[in-house]
Design a protein around this ligand. Sequence first.
Ligand code: HEM
Length: 461
Amino acid sequence: MRDATTAFRPPAPKPRERQLGPVALLRVLKNNPLEAWTAAHFEQPVVVGGLSIGRVAVISDPNTIRHVLVENFGNYQKDWLQRRILSAGLANGLLSAEGAQWKVQRRALAPLFSRKAVFAFSSAMVEAARALVQRLTISDDRIIDLSVEATRTTLDVLERTIFSDGFGRDAEDIRLAMKSYFETIGQIDPLDMLGVPAAIPRPSRWRLRPMFKLFEGAIDTIITHRRGLIARGGAAAPDDILTLLLNARDPETGAALSELEIRSNILTFIAAGQETTANCITWSLFLLSQSSEWRRKVQEEVDEQFSFDADGIAERLVVTRAVIEETNRLYPPLAAISRVALGPDLLAGHPIRRGTMVVIAPYVLHRHKKLWTNPDNFDPARFFGTARAHVGRYAYLPFGAGPRVCIGATFAIQEAIIVVGALVRHFEFELAPGHQVWPMQKLTLRPQGGLPMILKRRRAT
Ligand code: HEM
């Protein structure tokens, strides 16, 4: 553990002096793309280069980012690799949809994640946090992988907020099927990398076909049952995301989502909301375990402000929020956002051809030397009080920006504050002896080998 007064520089790969050759680069990109960035990426506004898959422009200039994500939004689409990976059951969900289908869905789904709706989910989040604290209370002095516990908790929150009346009799089977489902769709099949059309079945997915069918079938049964409750009217149907989704209408046309879109969006919310938020919680706990100064500040805050039945709790935990925002700066769960240019453009003086891949990497942007002071140091003060207003909108993008900004951002931050707040209130954490924490990007940015910690109870539940 570190001294309170020394600046803490959390583990991160040292940028390379020079770009790797094509073969070595592909190997590093496959193992841990964080290790491929060069010093130039952290110093220059735009770096244009070639990859075997085509031209790539990495943009870290806030005005140019605004141009790509907002002003000339129509010229940039999610690239084929992302869409292929996300295909599976998510093809008709908000994350993967494009054009008119995306626009209609976004309009219809926005109210599900409004500030007011998310606020109403705080009791489900508090219940999931309470269950986590109770589970860990019996683990005194044992080594616990907190990344596993965080993932379990974020799934618990999604279950409680999407299907608040539960999965029914086969809950454990459904959970197991769901785990395999999301593990598999998160993997890049070699056929995806080679650009083989999506219609050709992937061997990595055949094996799990029966699991997929069980999971998708279970979701369909839940939807049918819920439609029945809604049809009965009144208070028969629970007030959760599923009911909101089934009742969602395009405010302009009054159209409801199709059956396929409903299922795809349930899968999308779980896929997009589970691991990302779990990583945010995990990294926050790691950073707090290493900074006695901020750990003490968060402890003081939660000792005074946290209780399991408090409404509006996330609004009061302002120090905890600053820690979570700083965590998302240093270890953004989605380390890179990418687009493909549909037509030519000019980005900060660089001509961009049709088909160029444009990468906006929050990991690079958030550690860029031109945009941050001591970018590699952990310092939540950047996000605390009046300092927060000085963080540039397009210099800090853990949730993206523009029309495709994360729809679940408020949900995720509220959840992370509640879970981290509950854990800090009840436990002291110490990294397992000998364990080296190292960031690794595999779809999301996570600690390699998890986060083994020794927990000591601070107070009874
Ligand atoms: C810390 C947690 C999270 C992070 C860091 C995160 C990050 C992001 C980012 C960067 C994007 C934009 C991607 C792009 O522009 O290519 C995005 C989109 C999205 N996120 Fe999140 N997310 C988180 C949690 C959630 C949660 C909890 C949900 C839902 C329950 C969610 C649902 C979505 C959806 C549906 C989209 C697609 C929006 C659209 O294209 O219109 N995310 N997320």
